[in-house]
Design a protein around this ligand. Structure first.
Ligand SMILES: O=c1ccn([C@@H]2O[C@H](COP(=O)(O)OP(=O)(O)O[C@H]3O[C@H](CO)[C@@H](O)[C@H](O)[C@H]3O)[C@@H](O)[C@H]2O)c(=O)[nH]1
Ligand SMILES: [Mn+2]
Length: 714
């Protein structure tokens, strides 16, 4: 038998079947290049549509090149928690963060389930602490957590005794689950009792939501009295404390509502996370921190053990600043009609990044190394034990500075003070909104401020310091969240992400700049570039979608004719690229329908939400106004493209004829009809404008983005 010490904690393996995928990826790229070469050859004697198609295709080729670089060498990590237990190694403490912001949009019962799933993980309870940040400052959330901690005293032992798989009770007791009939009468009885207890908990929370009565312990809630959500002092309450003297199975549970004042920026989730980092620093100061959104429960009870395999298993801390688990959705509709699950693209893209410098930080389902969050480069050798310097960087709190020193230079022994209730005072102080004034928080320390996608920005900053990160995809999945419920909601989310990512592109952390001035690996910079330019493809895609319609309306051409040999370039391009992406969907066990849904939602998002997200850019591009015509009339190519576009937008087409909830209101139809007529009219009249690059040059060397006026039909 192998010695426990020699057993690996994890393995890094290349993905299977990569050669075929690489070959297809390269083929698609070559086809794009030949299409471009073909266009370039006849650019001078073709019209505006030709040029526009050329520009769009160049952009697609550029994006595909980025894609190619990212996907080149994907890796996977296999973790072996059983070996961790064999090594009789001291398990490190972990601080777990849950953020919630609004008791109406994020019902307390959802947060409660997330918290319960975390309290019940298979890990020594005395090594865990769970901190809930409530930006809604809601007594209801607090009350729900207090009640949940009472239920947890029954729930957690039950889960551990019977090795329950799903430890979020709402999923465990969901309609699909039947009472167990396996003859183990003890289990049956306990199961029924537990279900009753859970229903009792739900009722109490429901009652509190409707009647706003918060049970008999009203003195506990005095701090919430007459409180304003956006104007209140810090509240830190220890709901449950895991005391050393009594054998308790529950981790610490702490409620945190940071101070909020009008006129004081609170930096949304990034601000909440930074407060949690400090509060947990003075209270438990674990070297690793897990963060999840309130709607994401732990669905693999061994997830912390898996993550620890990587966090402590790496030879060099530099290899692992954070461990990111993918976002997986539990209530996803069949075949993903809104195309927002994005499992396949995520797996392939992030798997590719994992082979370079590591996955980006995704905001939830992530284990951080506290040291990396504190903004230090890996294996730093400078000494800043001086309290003054620490305070300038991390803020004026002796308790917190000590905890930072412990993390950066300490022996790693003194993590847990014996009595966390006694330090709520210092915890409140570090949760005050003025605490960050004149410090490095939000800039070099903690999560970075300045973008609504603070996660990408923060991950990027960590990578620029030379850290790597690790992708963890255990089975069963680590965490599960709920997908946005419908088209419009997911579009709003896409728009927000699109905007946030563009903010990163134009910030001083832009991957374009970082690629040359920091320790960001070059291919990692390209991958980030692809992420932050995610919304940018909307403009060429929008134009491309319109091209076929434009060409048919004006009887012009942007694709080669059937009888030309070049006709086979776009044909084989669209065949191969679509079959290639379809085969990937099938390979990951998804249906054809799911692939199709993703295809069309990607287009719908591209021309709606993402287009709005990058409207600044769009206006700049509008300089390229409708120009000219030339060449032959439209043909099979244009018509098939048109049909393809219509098929992609099928949900919207169906809406034209739908009634009630699924129909499009008459007023919207009228507006769209007007726009469409306008488009047809503009197309027709613009085809009367001639595009002559040579003449443009003569007119003043304005280059190709200017046009030279009306010329009449040729
Ligand atoms: O002022 C705020 C705003 C949000 N949140 C919390 O932040 C999380 C994410 O916010 P949500 O509105 O649900 O945004 P999503 O678009 O669903 O979040 C995705 O995108 C974000 C930005 O990229 C990431 O931070 C998230 O982790 C990721 O799940 C939730 O737990 C919120 O409760 C706060 O704590 N305070
Ligand atoms: Mn969310």
């Amino acid at each position: 038998m192998a010695k426990p010490l020699s057993l690996p904690l994890y393995e890094r393996v290349s993905c299977k079947g990569i050669m075929i995928r690489r070959t297809l990826d390269v083929t698609v790229f070559c086809l794009l290049l030949s299409l471009l070469a073909y266009r370039l050859r006849s650019l001078s004697n073709q019209g505006f549509t030709w040029l526009l198609a050329f520009l769009c295709e160049s952009w697609f080729a550029f994006l595909w090149l980025l894609n190619l670089s990212t996907r080149w060498n994907p890796v996977e990590y296999k973790t072996y928690p059983e070996n961790l237990l064999l090594r009789s190694l001291e398990l490190p403490p972990i601080d777990m963060f849950v953020t919630t912001a609004d008791p109406v949009l994020e019902p307390p019962l959802v947060t409660v389930n997330t918290v319960l799933s975390l309290l019940a993980v298979d890990y020594p309870a005395e090594k865990l602490a769970c901190y809930v940040s409530d930006d809604g400052c809601s007594p209801l959330t607090f009350y729900s957590l207090v009640e949940a901690s009472k239920f947890a005293k029954l729930w957690v032992p039950f889960c551990k005794k019977y090795s329950i798989q799903i430890r979020a009770p709402f999923q465990y007791f969901s309609a699909k689950s039947l009472p167990p009939v396996d003859g183990l009468s003890g289990f049956e009885l306990e199961w029924k009792k537990m279900k009753d207890e859970y229903e009792h908990l739900c009722r109490k929370i429901e009652d509190a939501v409707h009647k706003l009565t918060l049970g008999p312990h009203s003195t506990e809630y005095a701090v919430f009295k007459n409180i304003e959500r956006d104007n209140h002092p810090s509240i830190v309450k220890v709901i449950f404390e895991n005391k050393e003297d009594h054998s308790s199975c529950l981790p610490h549970l702490v409620y945190v509502s940071r101070e909020k004042r009008p006129n004081h920026p609170h930096h949304f989730k990034a601000g909440a996370m930074n407060v949690l980092t400090r509060v947990s620093g003075v209270m438990t100061n674990a070297p690793f921190m897990l963060n999840v959104d309130c709607d994401m429960f732990a669905s693999n009870p061994k997830i912390i053990l898996h993550a620890v395999c990587l966090l402590v298993g790496v030879d060099d801390e530099q290899e692992c600043a954070f461990v990111q688990c993918p976002q997986i959705f539990y209530d996803a509709l069949k075949d993903d009609p809104f195309g927002n699950r994005m499992t396949v693209p995520f797996t392939i893209f992030v798997g590719g990044m994992a082979g370079i410098q590591g996955p980006p930080y995704a905001g939830t389902g992530c284990f951080h190394r506290r040291k990396a969050i504190y903004g230090l480069p890996p294996n730093h050798d400078f000494d800043i034990k001086d309290c003054k310097i620490l305070e300038e960087r991390f803020g004026k709190s002796t308790e917190f500075s000590e905890s930072v020193a412990e993390i950066l230079f300490g022996s790693g022994e003194k993590h847990f003070p014996c009595d966390i209730s006694s330090i709520t005072g210092s915890a409140c102080r570090v949760a005050n909104c003025s605490y960050e004034n004149n410090t490095c928080w939000g800039i070099e320390v903690g999560l970075t401020y300045g973008s609504v996608t603070e996660d990408v920005l923060t991950g990027l900053r960590i990578h620029t310091m030379g850290w790597k990160s690790v992708l963890l995809m255990p089975s069963p999945p680590a965490f599960m969240g709920c997908a946005p419920p419908g088209g419009p909601v997911s579009m709003t989310q896409m728009k927000r992400w699109g905007t946030g990512l563009l903010e990163v592109l134009f910030s001083k952390h832009s991957p374009i700049l970082s690629a040359f001035s920091t320790k960001l690996h070059f291919r990692q910079a390209l991958a980030y570039l692809q992420i932050v330019m995610w919304a940018s493809r909307s403009i060429p895609q929008f134009c491309y979608n319109m091209l076929s319609a434009y060409c048919i309306t004006t009887d012009s051409q942007f694709l080669p004719k059937v009888h030309e040999p070049f006709f086979y370039i776009p044909v084989s391009f669209s065949l191969i690229s679509n079959l290639h992406s379809l085969s990937q969907y099938l390979q990951y066990g998804e249906s054809i329908q799911a692939w199709w849904n993703h295809q069309r939602m990607e287009r719908i998002h591209a021309v709606s939400s993402m287009l709005f997200a990058c409207l600044a850019l769009a206006i700049w591009l509008l300089g390229l106004q409708p120009l000219a015509r030339g060449g032959d009339g439209s043909g099979l190519g244009e018509i098939s493209c048109s049909v393809w576009v219509v098929l992609n937008f099928w949900p919207l087409v169906r809406g034209l004829f739908g009634k009630g909830k699924y129909g499009i209101p008459l007023s919207t139809l009228c507006k769209s009809a007007t726009l469409a007529l306008l488009f047809v009219q503009l197309s027709k009249s613009s085809s009367a404008i001639v595009w002559r690059p040579l003449e443009a040059k003569r007119l003043g060397g304005l280059g190709s983005s200017s046009f030279c006026g009306v010329h009449g039909l040729e």
